[in-house]
Design a protein around this ligand. Sequence first.
Ligand code: NAD
Ligand code: DAU
Length: 353
Amino acid sequence: MNSSKKILVTGGAGFIGSHVVKRFIKNYPNYHIVNLDALTYAGNLENLKEIESASNYTFEKGDINNVDFINNLFKKYNFDAVIHLAAESHVDRSILGPRKTIETNIVGTLNLLIAAQNSWKDNIEGKLFYHVSTDEVYGSLGDTGFFVEETPYDPRSPYSASKAASDHLVRAYWHTYDLPILISNCSNNYGSFQFPEKLIPLFIHNVKNNKELPVYGDGKYTRDWLWVEDHASAIETIFHKGKMGETYNIGGNNEWKNIDLIHLLCDSMDEILGRNPGASRELITFVKDRPGHDRRYAIDATKLKNDLNWEPSITFEKGLKNTIQWYLENEEWLDNVTSGEYKKYYEKQYEGR
Ligand code: NAD
Ligand code: DAU
């Protein structure tokens, strides 16, 4: 049995954070999980319904940009560990207006580091600040090669620049103040509860509603897709077994050109919805490219496999089918998150493109 711990999870009402919170609540009754989330457009307590009344769970609504709030939270709970996921996570939004992304992802992370260091400075033994980051910090690959942990940082969007800066700050706290840290850099996630601004849930939503599928540029951009439950299990593994100060890449070993993935998604949805074969592909519309669009991401996750014995659990074909089924079966969730603010964002992002 794991010893008891009080863990602050930030961004636990978001896509990946909610899967992490649910996994820890279920697998570790001895841990008390405090979920801190500002409930921005991307945060949704519906994602946590199944554990909201668990005795080892507490929700705190608050902003990581609010220094007093963060400092008081550390005093109130005396945390043993932090798993930091809260962020502005969408590249397109960071391009439309970078300020919020920079404030939350960089200054918000610094606020947490300062609070953790203050809280732990007299007794650092057994403490951990785990920062959840992205493969986008490494920049863009050509047709060959993979990102390894030593790949030099080369971020190219306001979002990836902000995540790169936050990674550097976390490492600076390790070197300068001996703060016990871990960082993981993960590839593109997909699965249930992802906000439908990201490629897969957006396109499921649009196919379902017979709306155009806006493919950026030539559609030959490549991403390495990982099921969100597998990301959460990798975080669980790294949290417990990772070596202090280290970075671990997490990936699915599962590269897809966007257009090939979109064809698979359309064909699977035709089958599930009983449409004529090829019907959903008719919705594909090539639109103006994303500025600074990174051509290819691909993770080499050998270190995680060799050192911590972690590997993804399911194939993409199976995961994608399950994911489509989930969005179709959870119409109310999708309707709720696509009303209000979503409509304004959609118009701004896609109109006239
Ligand atoms: P998300 O946008 O779904 O969720 C982000 C959560 O953070 C939301 O619940 C939101 O309310 C909360 N939040 C935002 N600003 C906040 C603030 N100022 N204070 C407190 N809470 C705030 O994001 P996600 O896709 O779940 O990503 C989670 C983390 O994982 C991010 O750090 C992201 O960079 C990283 N990541 C994401 C992916 C991916 O494919 N989605 C891949 C690798 C790494
Ligand atoms: O690689 C990890 C990153 O993956 C995470 O750090 C980010 O938080 C997450 O949002 C994701 O970033 P991407 O930019 O790769 O994901 P997105 O779903 O926005 O886009 C995936 C690909 O699909 C990308 O090449 C852009 C393209 N795309 C996206 C949208 C929303 C389209 O062609 N049309 C679209 O409408």
